[in-house]
Design a protein. Sequence first.
Length: 257
Amino acid sequence: MTQQPLILYDIPSTTPEKAWSPNLWKARLALNAKGIPYRTVWVEYPDIADLCKRIGAEHTGMRPNGPHYTLPVVQDPNTGAIVSDSFKIAQYLDKTYPDTIRLVPDGTAAFQAMFVETTTYKVMFLMYKTFLEKIVPLLNPRSSEYFRRTREAFFGVKIEEVAPPGPARDETWKEMLDGLSLVTKWEAEGKGIFMMGETVSFADIVMLALLHWVKIMEGVESKEWKDVMGTDDGRWAKFYQALEKWIWVDEGSYGDK
Ligand SMILES: N[C@@H](CCC(=O)N[C@@H](CS)C(=O)NCC(=O)O)C(=O)O
């Protein structure tokens, strides 16, 4: 049993839920699904690297200018552990809190890792390109400025030019819907609506985080949300309804100061 709440470091937005990023939702949903007590500490983009260095969180990648630090990070005051990367967080929680729902069942770590990797390119990145323009005003000013500057450096064009409304955005969105259908095809052999059939696992957390991102970015009345809910004969609507009980943000969250 946990004694003290864990800390989830997340990036805030100006939306009512405050939590908005799919990678961060993956870690939050893992904690929620497991019922592990935690509190959120909100960190603006330009402060992530300093925070990680200060608390000793590992970088998750390398960039030409050095280590790349990202959130989510989970800090566990019960064990002293500090874990970066949503998938590693799920694995840590499984190992440390074995009496909770298992998100990476024995023998499935490679499957889960490949699922994360593939959906990152076949679904998440395409959503990201579609939503890019809308993320800028949704962030607080310091994060918004950082996001625009770093993403424009990455894409080599203005954010507004990555997938402008019209044919470019329509094509990107259609490719994303095809990505969802690809996942449905993989799952079609199974007995249930989850990626492992009747057993919920981290792969489902990933899909739930991605679907919820559409809802946050576009709203329930949007064409995009309706597209997703209607894809594969309502399969994703059923999936979302089955797991939406895990979608909540802890109240009484704190700033990183
Ligand atoms: N593989 C990582 C990816 C995390 C990630 O890319 N986080 C982004 C926010 S969505 C970040 O913190 N970026 C820091 C930056 O852009 O400087 C995970 O799943 O946790």
